[in-house]
Design a protein. Structure first.
Length: 503
């Protein structure tokens, strides 16, 4: 007598109809956030001219968005696990569109910084929700790897769409238009998302712990502020005190999570070696890259004299490389190994950054384009695989919290990268030799120098601009060297921590 064993079909084994259409809505949100981050770099010279921020204010405009996102991602990811990831995504998208208007019509540096901070609050709801929904929509591991690859490729595509779209808008309209473009995109996202996205949440989430939210926010912002100020101006009592307060808050956050029955973030996730290694790799990778990305648009426009659209097109190879590599990363990690793909990608970025240490004011585009292509390929490989590792390491009920950790590493790395590497560029730049009569604003930023030159005698202005541009390039190459060292060290660390890791 024989018996036939029938396969047990669980809800997770069923492939949800419409899952790819739902993914298109999620990647639209990712695309918007990526575009918003990259478009600011192109608009920076125009914002400098119109709002006349100091060098420090200009850095705050660039990184306060990341500061706030880094401080709130864990809280918002956990909130999405509790109230529903679809709900928080759609509410956040609506707020993101509305706050974009405040950014577009800011009239002072202070107003711009405040508007960017508010945009960070809205942005913190989007990224964890998109990645967590992917974890809950795609239950088949290979489909999920492909979906994550598409998600990551779209984020990378935003780095191309942002500069090109921004370049077109800046050549035809005022700088605020780069923020207003968010409105129609968000409208489409909300209307289509209401119909296509499934709701998902943790069935037993426990309460949303407000003291933990406050500790996370104070801790992240305090630490990043202290690093930023120390890098910009050297050690001082105020940033040191703020940094110690931030460290104490983060210590309190960790202690509190270990005692709560339903923590905002389950700290035991970090006992998983693959999870911890992937998070650390993401943080250090973005730290090593972000300062370069923030200042490269200024180099292309203010040093090499390219128009905004031309500068945007010049950055295209990075996005092309990242999109192609992101779509192939999951397959490569299964064929070879996770650590081979991640470490190889990180080493490639490090070598590309090392190549940029030889650029000068007249460096031809072939070197720049090749370096950007290699950076894109390396980032596409490493970020896609680490995101997959992080999501696969946790139960789907904790997908929001895990996604938030992944995004926190990314945003914290971006904030620290702009703070540390950006401050290296600014510190080297400020010491350039200027002819008598040069306004102090010329030493604050290269944009300030270009603006100051318009009111100086021609010969004096030319001497000043040559010196300023040389100093800016020296700062950029120094930051590229530091970034290269960080990436190569991270590649070696990932090789050790991701040993035996599989998708």
């Amino acid at each position: 007598m024989t018996s036939t064993l029938q396969p047990v079909i669980t809800p997770e084994a069923v492939k949800r109809p419409g899952r790819w259409l739902a993914l298109s809505v999620l990647v639209l949100a990712v695309l918007l956030v990526a575009v918003d981050a990259t478009v600011l770099g192109l608009a920076t010279p125009y914002i400098s001219e119109d709002l006349a921020p100091s060098g420090t204010q200009l850095l705050w405009i660039g990184d306060v968005y990341s500061f706030v996102i880094a401080g709130l991602l864990v809280s918002m990811g956990s909130l999405g696990d509790r109230v529903g990831r679809k709900r928080i995504l759609l509410v956040g998208a609506t707020a993101f569109g509305a706050i974009s208007v405040l950014n577009a019509y800011a009239t002072t540096p202070e107003a711009m910084i405040a508007a960017r901070a508010l945009l960070g609050v809205a942005g913190a709801t989007l990224m964890p929700a998109t990645l967590a929904l992917i974890r809950n929509i795609f239950h088949d591991p290979r489909e999920r790897s492909l979906a994550i690859g598409i998600w990551g490729a779209t984020a990378s595509a935003g780095t191309a769409v942002g500069p090109i779209t921004g370049g077109f808008l800046l050549e035809h309209f005022w700088w605020g238009s780069v923020f207003l473009i968010n409105l129609p995109v968000m409208a489409v996202l909300v209307v289509v998302g209401v119909r296509t996205l499934p709701e998902s949440r943790n069935p037993n989430p426990g309460p949303w712990d407000l003291p933990s939210v406050a500790l996370s926010l104070v801790g992240m912002i305090g630490i990043v502020y202290a690093v930023k100020e120390a890098a910009s101006h050297g050690p001082a009592w105020t940033p040191t005190a703020v940094g110690l307060l931030g460290a104490a808050a983060l210590y309190g956050f960790v202690r509190r999570q270990l005692t709560l029955p339903a923590p905002l973030l389950d700290m035991r996730l970090f006992s998983n070696r693959g999870f911890s290694g992937a998070v650390l790799a993401d943080l250090l990778t973005v730290l090593g890259m972000s300062g370069l990305v923030f200042f490269l648009s200024q180099y292309l426009q203010l040093v090499q004299g390219r128009r905004p659209l031309e500068a945007g097109l010049a950055e295209l190879p990075a996005a092309v490389g990242a999109v192609a590599a992101g779509l192939l990363a999951g397959r490569a990690a299964r064929r070879f190994s996770v650590r081979t793909v991640v470490s190889g990608g990180l080493a490639a970025i490090g070598l590309a950054l090392a190549a940029l240490t030889v650029v000068d004011r007249s460096t031809g585009y072939p070197l720049l384009g090749a370096a950007l292509l290699v950076v894109g390929v390396g980032a596409g490989l490493s970020f896609t695989v680490t995101s997959d590792v992080i999501l696969s390491s946790v139960p789907k009920e904790q997908a929001g919290a895990a996604s938030a950790v992944s995004e926190t590493a990314y945003e914290l790395g971006a904030a620290l990268g702009i703070a540390v590497l950006g401050s290296i560029v600014t510190g080297v730049y400020r010491n350039f030799t200027a002819p008598p009569g040069t306004p102090e604003s010329a030493h604050e930023s290269l944009g300030g120098a270009v603006e100051a030159a318009s009111s100086m005698p021609t010969a004096q202005a030319e001497t000043m601009l040559n010196s300023a541009r040389d100093a800016f390039v020296n700062g950029l190459t120094t930051a590229s060297g530091v970034g290269a060292a960080v990436l190569l060290t991270t590649a070696a660390t990932a090789w050790v921590l991701l040993r035996h890791q599989r998708l």
